[in-house]
Design a protein around this ligand. Sequence first.
Ligand SMILES: Nc1nc2c(ncn2[C@@H]2O[C@H](COP(=O)(O)OP(=O)(O)OP(=O)(O)O)[C@@H](O)[C@H]2O)c(=O)[nH]1
Ligand SMILES: [Mg+2]
Length: 315
Amino acid sequence: MTEQDIKHAGFAAIIGAPNAGKSTLTNRLVGTKVAIVTHKVQTTRFPVRGVAHHGSAQIVLIDTPGIFRAKRRLDRAMVQAAWNGADDADAIVHLIDAASWVAEKTGKPTPAQIKSLEDDRRVIEQLQETGRKVFLALNKIDLFPHEQTLPIMSELSETGVYEEIFMISAENGDGVERLVDALAARMPAGPPLYPPEQTADLPMRLLAAEITREKLMLRLHQELPYQLTVETESWDERKDGSARVQQVVIVGREGHKAMVLGKGGSVIKSVGEAARKELSEMLDQKIHLFLFVKVDERWQEKRERYDGLGLEFDV
Ligand SMILES: Nc1nc2c(ncn2[C@@H]2O[C@H](COP(=O)(O)OP(=O)(O)OP(=O)(O)O)[C@@H](O)[C@H]2O)c(=O)[nH]1
Ligand SMILES: [Mg+2]
């Protein structure tokens, strides 16, 4: 793929409730990991761009934070950023975890699914208000028999906000080809927005901090993953071709620091090991990763933390 091959280019935003699979879909379309993924809600905190190519089109995907009823400042900033990501996009994909809707029809949704359904319906209401037509992608179809999506599709198409409906599995790729065809067809004529070889638009320091945050989210429980942030403090390339990367995990309370460290430092050690391994593989470079934990009770109320992630503070 060269610059000349690209005749169409634009933005496609992926929006939806937390945990719908937006980051999984983004990574699949881009073909490499640009956004972190966990089984927990509210993993993504700021819009992440990933660049995909399809035929003569360049599709700049915008993976957004999950949309939910947000109260805390950080949560409000995340939700605002999700809508902002959709505002200027040439195409919008509303991604829904169809398993929740199937569970509702069969009468046995879990509390998490009930929450996810509420969030989906709130997104639909807001789309109705804005009057924007979007693509609906029903995700996670690998989890139930196909015919169970039929009643869901009719209910969702009655909302009037969808111009096309796709059934996909972001996880295994089923149905994704049709979606990407439709997105490519929506991209306006024009030169590429990014060099064709570029896949992400995220500084390596930030992506590295995200990888560490992913490992922390996977390892820690309950509220803790939501009460911390990770920053890359320094990145030094060494003469031997390796790099020394230093990061700080910022927590809100002294008690949280102990939990992040774990008994005898066991938690931070295994998190650091997993993050280092992934980063080394991603960069194909030997990485020496040093993690420190710091308490800052007010980190969620500090403007500069939001600026660094491209989030708005005053929402
Ligand atoms: N079975 C199945 N699981 C999926 C699929 N797509 C995503 N998942 C899983 O759903 C969970 C959430 O995926 P993410 O991609 O992090 O979801 P997200 O919408 O980005 O979530 P937030 O960033 O929290 O808003 C992960 O455990 C994924 O592995 C799918 O098609 N099928
Ligand atoms: Mg995400």
